[in-house]
Design a protein around this ligand. Structure first.
Ligand code: GSH
Length: 190
């Protein structure tokens, strides 16, 4: 199995955490750097990391890859309710990744107030929603859903793309997993 991705991508980190204890090759790929793009385009037309190749199978999206690995590794699939929660985590992360890409070109909330405002507002609404779910006991296990939440929160903190520090349950969830060996090993700051 070959996983294509960068060590800073939170989507790639989800899959790296799922693959703990599994033998695979990590092919470092910086999608924003020209020297990687020609080769990567032959693998993934979407041109986003992660991508996974397993024998004749090539997969493009973290959520598709996760489902494939759950099947292959005998891990439980997410229920429809959990997939719905995952949609909110993906919603926050997709939005803030777009804001980061824009900010690299000096396009900030001043230049694009509507677009950036919509993304930031979505993030805060999703944080509040996830905070409420934690209150009800959701995210009790270290599964793909928890991995996705943790890696999203940590990426947001790492890139300073938003602020979830006012939410006590999100803080407790984050602190509970912060010292895991696999989490430390995949820290994007290293
Ligand atoms: N829906 C995709 C999103 C992946 C994604 O956005 N990856 C970013 C890096 S964190 C990327 O490769 N972006 C390249 C681009 O936007 O052109 C997934 O879940 O894998």
């Amino acid at each position: 199995m070959i996983l294509y991705g960068s060590t800073t991508s939170p989507y790639v980190r989800r899959i790296r955490l799922m693959l703990q204890g599994v033998d695979y090759e990590f092919q470092r790929t910086q999608v924003f750097q020209e020297e990687y793009r020609e080769d990567f385009a032959k693998i993934n037309p979407i041109m986003k990391v992660p991508a996974l190749i397993d024998g004749d199978t090539t997969l493009f999206d973290s959520n598709v890859i996760a489902e494939y690995l759950q099947d292959k590794l005998g891990q439980p699939f997410l229920s429809i309710e959990q997939k719905n929660i995952l949609a909110t985590i993906n919603g926050v992360l997709d939005s803030l990744v777009q804001v980061m890409i824009l900010s690299r070109e000096q396009i900030t909330a001043e230049q694009a107030p509507t677009y950036v405002g919509l993304q930031r507002n979505r993030a805060q609404l999703c944080f509040a929603y996830l905070e409420g779910l934690l209150e009800t006991g959701e995210f009790a296990y270290w599964d793909y859903l928890s991995i996705s939440l943790y890696t999203t929160l940590d990426w947001i903190a790492f890139r300073q793309m938003s602020d979830w520090s006012v939410y006590p349950n999100l803080n407790t969830f984050y602190a509970r997993h912060h010292q895991r060996n696999d989490v430390i090993q995949t820290d994007p700051r290293l």
